[in-house]
Design a protein around this ligand. Structure first.
Ligand code: NAP
Length: 472
């Protein structure tokens, strides 16, 4: 048996690669600490990106295969240790992603109103980590739903730092009206908060120029297609220095992004009441406020001869009630699993985990905790194939020695009194979410609280949190 830790796209694509081959018979356990599968496809992909979210259907088919089992609501490192898991199965694939964010490391980052994009993403996707039950203690030091509600309903100007796709997701959700989001599967209580949101301006700050955006063009273009929102780009920001010109010549995505930005810079503003403003060559140096963010000091930047971003002037003050850092995710260590602090990844070669200077005989890694938080969902597929190819080659060569006794994982969980939630539980949750959605005239409403997920998993009635409070 192979256990995969993490039921996001990385883990499920690894299960897919293992289950597709017939060379070596294998049973696959896909384990996740959250009661439901799909990881970032459920809790990361923006709810208004319907086609990307529909990848869930493909992932679900893998979890339904006869040799694959989903173990939801089981926390490796708490319910079972890594040593116990390794003893119970023949090999383990770590696919637990990048669990936190990178920080700006500037003064004022601790102020109320300054937070990480990943907290906002978790909130609008309905992740139980930021939607705790009333009797549940805070999970980690994340903001929770009530705090996010309080912030977005008392803010006019939001600054988003970073020019990657997550920054676009966050800027889009913050500027869209609630009517533009009702066709999503966001939790009712999130839509209710968004209906009271007071944000009129979102400023997106890029520390480098328009040639160095990390956006994909489809996602960038979408920002200019939001009804009732003007996109503002300063044409002076789009003048390219020789090195930016060289980047644009070599990088097709950068060239396409630049065309989109140029179109916006040339477009007359319609004068509507909501705006997204892109600021390039701009980075925050200090977040201002006593208790809560009131402004951000932003300095102009350039790239020096060593390729480093350096400040060249200012800083200027930008009014801000919110500062959302969207400067990338970061992997977290899992107890007993090798971890490279410098790269924030599990050290490996072609997916084989390196432990104590050599290859560990039964440990593999895939996804963001293997390669870092980069790439789109599909990138995880080829990544998983590489890892599974290594694992299968090691089985052939005898480097992986079958040692897990059949049924040992289940016996251990039973002994501990841990009831894993399988796919039938997921189907009951799925049905409850669709039913709740129908009640609100939507296709689906995500259940955001753990107690709701567990109630639905058992087929119990789910209380309609915040139901009916949202203005139609
Ligand atoms: P990302 O693509 O790595 O972008 C991070 C951004 O933060 C970059 O613009 C980077 O600028 C900037 N940054 C880093 N440190 C900074 C600092 N100290 N100050 C100012 N800016 C800083 O990360 P992401 O947006 O979190 O996305 C993660 C991955 O998920 C990406 O591969 C992304 O494409 C993917 N994703 C895809 C979709 C989609 O396909 N729709 C949606 C969401 C996420 P520099 O380049 O100057 O370092």
């Amino acid at each position: 048996m192979v256990a995969i830790v993490g039921a996001g796209p990385a883990g499920i694509y690894a299960a897919e690669a293992l289950s597709q081959q017939t060379d070596i018979p294998v049973e696959i356990a896909v384990i996740d600490r959250i009661p439901v599968p799909f990881g970032l496809v459920r809790y990361g992909v923006a709810p208004d990106h319907h086609s990307i979210r529909s990848i869930r259907n493909t992932l679900e088919r893998t979890l339904e295969k006869s040799n694959v089992r989903f173990y939801g609501d089981v926390t490796i490192g708490a319910d079972l240790s890594i040593a116990e898991l390794r003893e119970s199965v023949d090999a383990v694939i770590y696919a637990y992603g990048a669990g936190t964010d990178r920080r700006l490391e500037i003064p004022g980052e601790h102020l109320r109103g300054s937070f990480a994009a990943f907290e906002l993403v978790a909130w609008y996707c309905g992740n139980p980590d930021v939607h705790p039950d009333p009797d549940q203690s805070r999970i980690g030091d994340h903001l929770v739903a009530t705090e996010i509600d309080e912030l977005i309903t008392s803010s006019q100007h939001a600054v988003v730092v970073g020019i990657g796709n997550v920054a676009l997701d966050v800027a889009r959700i913050l500027i869209k009206s609630v009517d533009q989001l009702t066709d999503t599967d966001m939790p009712e209580e999130v839509l209710e908060s968004l209906s009271r949101k007071t944000i009129t301006d979102v400023h997106v700050l890029g520390r480098r120029g328009p040639a160095y955006t990390a956006f994909t063009t489809k996602e960038l273009r979408e920002m200019g297609q939001i009804d009732g929102v003007d996109v503002i780009v300063d044409p002076a920001d789009l003048e390219l220095d020789p090195s930016s010109q060289a980047v644009v010549q070599q990088n097709k995505v950068a060239a396409r992004n630049l065309v989109v930005l140029q179109e916006w810079a040339a477009r007359p503003l319609s004068g509507v009441s909501r705006r997204i403003t892109f600021h390039f060559w701009s980075r925050p140096t200090m977040i201002i406020g006593n208790d809560r963010v009131t402004a951000v000091e932003v300095e102009r930047t350039m790239i020096d001869s060593d390729g480093l971003v350096v400040g060249i002037g200012g800083p200027q003050r930008l009014a801000a009630d919110l500062l959302v850092r969207s400067v990338g995710y970061r992997g977290l260590p899992l107890a007993e699993v090798p971890f490279d602090e410098r790269t924030a990844r599990v050290p490996h070669a072609e997916g084989r985990v390196i432990r104590d200077g050599g290859f560990s005989p039964d440990e593999y890694v895939t996804g963001w905790i293997k390669r870092g938080p980069t790439g789109v969902i599909g990138t995880n597929k080829s990544d998983a194939v590489e890892t599974v190819t290594s694992l299968l080659a090691d089985v052939h060569d005898g480097a992986v020695k079958p040692h897990g006794r059949s049924g040992q994982l289940d016996r251990l969980l039973t002994q501990r009194g841990i009831r894993a939630l399988g796919m039938s539980a997921w189907h009951r949750i799925d049905a409850a979410e669709v039913e709740l959605g129908t009640k609100h005239g939507r296709l689906r409403t995500t259940l955001a609280h753990r107690r709701e997920l567990l109630a639905a998993a058992e087929g119990r009635q789910v209380a309609d949190v915040a139901g009916g409070q949202r203005p139609e």
